[in-house]
Design a protein around this ligand. Structure first.
Ligand SMILES: Cc1cc2nc3c(=O)[nH]c(=O)nc-3n(C[C@H](O)[C@H](O)[C@H](O)COP(=O)(O)OP(=O)(O)OC[C@H]3O[C@@H](n4cnc5c(N)ncnc54)[C@H](O)[C@@H]3O)c2cc1C
Length: 481
C-alpha cells in the first residue's frame, strides 16, 4: 500500500488528505480571485448536497459527507490549473452543476474540493443547424428559452429544468420531458460533442464526439470535467398542456399508451398516475378528481381539440387544458412529472420513496397485476413513456414506493426483475449500480485514461482501481495560473 492511500471494504482507494490554509491559498492563486474559493462551513455544506435524501438507503450512507472547500472556476484553463494542483496533492474533486441529482451523485464521499461550475454559464451559439454550443453551468431552462427564441427547443429535459445545469444533466441525468418523442440523452445523436478536462499531472482538454460521447455521458463526473457541450435541438412546436382524469388506472393507462405510441400525435409529455398519487399535487387541485387516475399531456396545440375529443370518447374527463406559454406556465404540469412526482409524494408523507423501472410493452398489464398482487398499495404506478434507441415507445415508470425497510425494498426490486421489469436502482451511489452503466465499460476505460489516480468523485465508479502512486515532482506541485 502506498503512502496517502488506504483500502476500504470494497478495496477502493480512500484518500487520506487534509486540506489546510496553504491549499486554500494555492487554489486562490490559481484562480487569481480568493472570492471564488469558498470555505464558509454552511456554504460548503450546501454545495456538498443534492437530493440523495429521496432515498432512505442513501441517507444512511451520505448524511454528513462534506467537502472541505468549494472552488468556482470561470474557464477551462482555471479548471486545468485546479485539477493539476489537486492531482499533485492527491485531493479528491467532485464536480457540481446545480446539485439537483437524486442519487447522491454530487455528494463528495471523501471530502476534498467541490468544483462548482454554476458560473460557467455562457451559451456560445444556437447554430443555424439546430445545435446549441454552451458551457456546462448553463441552466437548462435558460437554454430552452434561448433556443425557442430562434425556432428551436430542447429534445428532452429533466423536470428540474429551471434549476439543473446542462453539464449536470449530461453527466448525471438520462432523459425526461420530450423523451416520448426523442428518446433520452444517449439516443439519436442528441449529444453531438463534449470537451472535457482530464485529471492528470498535466490536465488536457479532450474533445469527444459521435460515439465517443458515451465514454463520458452519465459517468457522474468520475472520468472528466465537461467544459463545453454541443447539444442537438429540435424545431420548436406550439405546445398545449392537458390533464385528463379516468375512473380507473387501467383506463388511464390504455388511453395514455395509445397516444404515446401513435406516431400521428405530436407530444412532449405523456404521464400517467394511479390514485392516490394525484392527491399529493396540492397546488394543482383543479386538475385532480377524488379517487381518479390522471394523465398529463403536452401535446401540439394544433391537436389539442382532437386529443380532448378522443379522451372523452375513452371515458376521460378533461380537468385542465390550455396553451403552454413556456416555463412560466401556471400550472406547469411538468412540475408534477418525472422525478418531481416523488417529491410531491415525499411532501405528503416522508415515508414514500421510489424506484425507476422499465416495463415490457407486451406484458405490461400482467406485470402491473403481479406487482399489485404481491405488494398492494406499497407500490403506486407512475408511468412515463419514453422512446428507445430503436424508435419504439415504451412504458417506463418511476413508481412511488411506501418504504417499509431496505429488505422489503430489495424484495420488490428482485421481484421486478423476476417478472421481467427492469430496474435502474436509485438507491445505490455508484455509476455501475444505477442501471445506466455501459456493458462495454467505455466509461471505466475513460476513467483509466483520464483519472488514473481515481481522484474525480472517488467511490462512485466501483469497478475502478487506481494506479500505484508516485511522489509528485516540484513542477507538478507548484501552483500555476
Ligand atoms: C425533483 C427531481 C426531478 C428530476 N427529474 C429528472 C428527470 O426528469 N430526468 C433526469 O434525467 N433526471 C432527473 N432528476 C435528476 C437531476 O435533476 C438531473 O439529472 C439534473 O440534470 C442534474 O443536473 P445538475 O446540474 O443539478 O447536476 P448535479 O446534481 O450537480 O450533478 C449530477 C452529476 O453530474 C456531475 N457533474 C455535474 N456537472 C458536471 C460537469 N460539468 N462535468 C462532469 N460531471 C459533472 C456531478 O459530479 C454529479 O455526479 C431529477 C431530480 C430531482 C430532484
Amino acid at each position: 500500500m502506498k503512502h496517502g492511500e488506504k483500502e476500504n471494504t470494497q478495496s477502493l482507494a480512500v484518500y487520506e488528505h487534509s486540506m489546510d490554509s496553504t491549499h486554500i491559498a494555492a487554489l486562490a492563486t490559481i484562480l487569481g480571485d480568493e472570492s471564488r474559493v469558498l470555505t464558509q462551513p454552511q456554504v460548503v455544506r450546501r454545495l456538498s448536497r443534492d437530493f440523495y435524501w429521496y432515498s432512505p438507503v442513501l441517507r444512511k450512507q451520505l448524511d454528513g459527507k462534506v467537502a472541505e472547500v468549494a472552488v468556482q472556476p470561470l474557464t477551462a484553463a482555471e479548471i486545468q490549473g485546479t485539477l493539476r494542483f489537486c492531482h499533485a496533492h492527491d485531493l479528491p474533486v467532485t464536480v457540481r452543476g446545480a446539485g439537483a441529482g437524486n442519487y447522491g451523485q454530487a455528494v463528495p464521499r471523501q471530502g476534498g474540493v467541490v468544483l462548482d461550475l454554476a458560473r460557467m454559464d455562457k451559451i456560445e451559439a444556437i447554430q443555424p443547424d439546430g445545435v446549441a454550443v454552451c458551457e456546462p453551468g448553463v441552466r437548462i431552462g435558460v437554454l430552452e428559452n434561448e433556443a425557442r427564441q430562434v425556432g428551436w427547443e430542447l429534445r428532452c429535459y429533466p423536470s428540474t429544468i429551471i434549476k439543473a445545469s446542462v453539464g449536470g444533466f449530461l453527466a448525471g441525468g438520462s432523459g425526461g420531458v420530450g423523451s416520448v418523442a426523442h428518446g433520452g440523452l444517449r439516443d439519436f445523436g442528441t449529444v453531438r460533442a463534449m470537451e472535457i478536462v482530464t485529471m492528470e499531472a498535466v490536465p488536457r482538454i479532450v474533445r469527444h464526439e459521435g460515439e465517443a460521447v458515451h465514454d463520458i455521458l452519465h459517468a457522474w463526473g468520475t472520468n472528466g470535467v465537461i467544459t463545453r457541450i454541443w447539444l442537438a435541438l429540435t424545431p420548436a412546436v406550439d405546445w398545449s398542456q392537458c390533464s385528463v382524469a379516468f375512473d380507473t388506472f387501467d383506463a388511464a393507462f390504455d388511453f395514455s399508451e395509445r397516444i404515446a405510441t401513435a406516431e400521428s400525435w405530436t407530444k412532449r409529455l405523456v404521464t400517467t398516475f394511479e390514485w392516490p398519487i394525484p392527491s399529493f399535487f396540492a397546488p394543482v387541485k383543479q386538475c385532480v378528481l377524488e379517487g381518479k387516475a390522471l394523465v398529463f399531456f403536452m401535446i401540439a396545440s394544433s391537436q389539442l381539440v382532437a386529443l380532448e375529443t378522443e379522451a372523452r370518447a375513452a371515458g376521460g374527463i378533461i380537468t385542465f387544458s390550455g396553451v403552454y406559454p413556456g416555463l412560466r406556465a401556471i400550472p406547469l404540469l411538468s412540475d408534477y412529472t418525472w422525478n418531481h412526482t416523488t417529491l410531491w409524494a415525499l411532501k405528503s408523507d416522508p415515508t414514500y420513496t421510489y424506484l425507476q423501472t422499465g416495463f415490457n410493452p407486451e406484458t405490461v398489464r400482467d406485470q402491473f397485476l403481479k406487482l399489485k398482487q404481491r405488494f398492494g398499495d406499497e407500490i403506486l404506478f407512475h408511468i412515463e413513456f419514453m422512446k428507445n434507441s430503436t424508435g419504439r415507445v415504451l412504458p417506463g415508470a418511476i413508481p412511488v414506493v411506501y418504504y417499509v425497510s431496505e429488505k422489503r425494498l430489495n424484495e420488490m426490486i428482485d421481484y421486478c426483475w423476476e417478472i421481467g421489469v427492469s430496474v435502474a436502482n436509485p438507491h445505490v451511489n455508484n455509476v455501475e449500480g444505477g442501471g445506466r452503466y455501459r456493458p462495454d465499460n467505455v466509461q471505466l476505460l475513460a476513467k483509466q485514461r483520464y483519472d488514473p489516480k481515481g481522484l474525480l468523485n472517488p467511490g462512485k465508479m466501483v469497478t475502478f482501481r487506481s494506479e500505484p502512486r508516485h511522489q509528485p515532482t516540484a513542477e507538478e506541485t507548484a501552483p500555476t495560473r
